[in-house]
Design a protein around this ligand. Sequence first.
Ligand SMILES: Cc1cc2nc3c(=O)[nH]c(=O)nc-3n(C[C@H](O)[C@H](O)[C@H](O)COP(=O)(O)O)c2cc1C
Length: 213
Amino acid sequence: MSVMEALHWRYAAKRMNGRKVARDALDNILDAAHLAPSSYGLQPYSVLVIEAPALRERIRRTACDQPQISECSHLLIFAAWSEVDGRHVDELIELTAASRGLDPKELEGYRQALHDAVAGFSTPEARLQWAARQAYIALGTALTVAAAQRVDASPMEGFDPAALDALLGLEEQGLRSVVLLALGYRDTEQDRLAGQAKVRWPKERFVVELSGA
Ligand SMILES: Cc1cc2nc3c(=O)[nH]c(=O)nc-3n(C[C@H](O)[C@H](O)[C@H](O)COP(=O)(O)O)c2cc1C
């Protein structure tokens, strides 16, 4: 299946049938999220993987009782880092140097620029929103790779982040939940949206080509 066919095939399944996603397919989805680009390459978020049914039941109660949380195979939580500071920058510079066989001193200018960037947010909330935006890029990448493997993936913002963070003790871990992704297989009998036509704005409204004249 081509990537375009996969994107037409996918939809945000509201009901799933409980079938398990094989470990290698799950790993591909996680690897795709891991490979997603991010601002400065800082990847200021983590992806939590939850398989345990009992825990998913408790999470469902913080998420508008959405059935796909119980019926999925694995639930991913994209969680932004609540702190991003110079220590992360220094770690990233070390990692970059080690990954590319460089002397960290060669990256000094870049290190300084990144220090300035992470110190430059006007408020902690602005920094958190920036981190959350990076997490959404990984979400989109994971959605695409799930579809390419014919794994259904249901993104969800319909949850109470404060309640979920409290349930999982995320604040103590420096994390704030941003968006959920249920992975599994569609229940075509119970899901009224299965097989429905895609609804998108007309392409000529969505794509605006500027002439430059
Ligand atoms: C960030 C995000 C959050 C969403 N939150 C929910 C949600 O909480 N519950 C839900 O049923 N669908 C949710 N959706 C699914 C959208 O309603 C769905 O993607 C949209 O209607 C387009 O349809 P399609 O993805 O099935 O093609 C969300 C989608 C995105 C991208």
